[in-house]
Structures are given as structure tokens and as C-alpha cells.
Design a protein around this ligand. Structure first.
Ligand code: NAD
Ligand code: ZN
Length: 248
């Protein structure tokens, strides 16, 4: 693993147009459980069921009670970890340009990255199903479930639920940065959710080096990525960034 960190640091130190694709795994060390894998909320419920738009429209109170309320509690209290901070540092150094994230926790922006494509939206905002007004999640009164807008409409987190389409401008921009980057870091994503999982494939086909950082191998590992650095995102990114700083 030390060799791989060294090799990646050398590649990054000379690179300019580096893009990171991040998934739930990058925020695990911030205390936010991923959908797949051990631990927390998602072992108790089926996220595919509760995070599906049809489930929300059918019974918003049930989805608020068993899924969104707990998610709000977790996200309200989470902060960036070493992996988010390292990506912000790599942007400061002029190496990382853009982050494409599947996460809805907003931690990349809090850490300091300025160009973040939020593929699946952001949980920090709610949207009224009737009048379309947006309202900040931290200011939301959840003593009544489901929470309602002043017009009486139900609030839905301003995120892309399963069964909803990715906003086309996010998809277009992601494809554009994926096809023009020189290195893509794929951090903490199982690469099971499409079309986000296609971005490393687009990058690879356009000639980029694709490097995964994950606790375990994924469907990208054999076919798409050049190599995988196995371990915790926070620990690896911190070591990697210190090594890059030493080389510059
Ligand atoms: P996922 O839950 O499918 O997979 C998480 C991946 O992270 C796995 O491959 C796992 O091996 C890896 N991982 C776990 N802990 C890690 C660590 N400490 N370091 C490195 N890797 C680690 O996540 P996904 O692929 O992002 O897709 C699930 C969907 O769920 C996404 O679309 C996302 O919108 C949503 N989601 C978001 C959040 C969040 O905003 N933080 C949390 C859960 C789910
Ligand atoms: Zn309203």
C-alpha cells in the first residue's frame, strides 16, 4: 500500500486537471453510514425502498419517520473528515479541479472545495411539493411529520431519490469533466448506482488514469480502474496529500 500511495502522490504532484468521484464511503469517517456495508440505519431498513420516490409519494409520513428524520439528525451533526479536507487541500494546490459527488451531505463544500457537482442534490434544502419553495433543512420544524410549507404542501428533501432523474445539467457537466481529466480519483463508492458509476468508465476511455480508494474491491476494480488503494479514505487521503506536499 505504501508503494501505491507513493506512486499516486508522484502522479498527482505533476498533474493539473484531476477530478474526484466520491460516494458514501468518503463520509463514513464523519459518522454517516453508507447504504451498502455494515453498520447503522441502513441495516434496519431497505434504502432502496425508503429512498425511492414512489415510496415517498405513496406515504410521505412513513418515509419521514423511518428514514429522513434520522438522516437529518446524522447530517445536522456531521463535519468534514481528513478525506474531505485533503481534497480541499489538493484544490488549493491547483491539482484537483472538480469533485463529482453522489453524496447529499454537503461536506465537500464545508471542507473548502469550490467546484462540486452534486449529482444527487443536497440534503441541506427541502422543496415544497406544491409551491416549489425551498427551505433550509436545519431550520425545519419536525415536530409535525411530514413537515409542511406555509402553503400547506409537504416538504421533500431536495435530493434525487431512486426512481428520479439526475438533473441534466449535472449529468452533462460530469460527463464533460470526466472526459477531459487526466486522473480520476474514485473514493468510497461501490459504483453500483448509475449513471454516476459510468464517470470512471468515461474517464478511462478518454485516456485518464483511474485510481480507486476503497475498503474493498468494486465492479470497477478489474475492468476500469488502473489500481485500487485499499483502506479508509480519511487515512489514505491524508497520507497521500502529505506526500504530494513533500514532493512539490
Ligand atoms: P454505497 O453505500 O453504495 O457504497 C459505499 C462504498 O464505500 C462501498 O464500496 C464501501 O466499501 C466504501 N467504504 C465504506 N467505508 C469506507 C471508508 N471509510 N473509506 C473508503 N471507502 C469506504 O455508496 P454510493 O456508491 O455512494 O451509493 C449510494 C447512494 O446513496 C449514493 O447515490 C448517495 O447519494 C447515497 N448516500 C449518500 C450518503 C451521504 O450523503 N453521505 C450516505 C449514504 C448514501
Ligand atoms: Zn409550499
Amino acid at each position: 500500500m505504501n508503494d501505491l500511495i507513493q506512486k499516486t502522490a508522484q502522479d498527482l504532484a505533476g498533474a493539473k486537471n484531476v477530478v474526484a468521484l466520491t460516494g458514501a464511503g468518503i463520509s463514513v469517517e464523519s459518522g454517516i453510514p453508507p447504504f451498502r456495508g455494515p453498520g447503522g440505519l441502513w441495516e434496519k431498513i431497505d434504502p432502496l425502498e425508503f429512498a425511492h420516490i414512489d415510496a415517498f409519494m405513496k406515504d410521505p409520513a412513513k418515509v419521514w419517520n423511518f428514514f429522513i428524520k434520522e438522516m437529518k439528525e446524522i447530517l445536522d451533526n456531521a463535519g468534514p473528515n481528513d478525506a474531505h479536507k485533503s481534497l480541499a487541500r489538493l484544490e488549493e494546490l491547483g491539482i484537483v479541479t472538480t469533485i463529482i459527488t453522489q453524496n447529499v451531505d454537503g461536506l465537500h463544500q464545508i471542507a473548502g472545495n469550490t467546484d462540486v457537482i452534486e449529482f444527487h442534490g443536497n440534503f441541506a434544502w427541502q422543496r415544497c411539493l406544491d409551491c416549489d419553495e425551498r427551505f433550509e433543512t436545519v431550520r425545519l420544524d419536525i415536530s409535525q411529520i411530514p413537515p409542511r410549507c406555509s402553503c400547506g404542501g409537504i416538504y421533500k428533501p431536495d435530493c434525487v431519490f431512486f426512481g428520479e432523474i439526475i438533473p441534466p445539467h449535472h449529468l452533462l457537466r460530469s460527463e464533460q469533466v470526466a472526459s477531459t481529466c487526466t486522473i480520476m480519483l474514485v473514493i468510497g463508492t461501490s459504483a453500483e448506482v448509475h449513471p454516476a458509476a459510468l464517470m470512471p468508465v468515461i474517464a478511462k476511455q478518454a485516456g485518464a488514469t483511474v485510481i480507486e480508494i476503497n475498503l474493498e474491491k468494486t465492479s470497477l476494480t478489474q475492468k476500469t480502474s488502473d489500481y485500487i488503494i485499499m483502506g479508509k479514505a480519511g487515512e489514505i487521503m491524508k497520507r497521500l496529500t502529505s506526500e504530494v506536499e513533500r514532493l512539490l
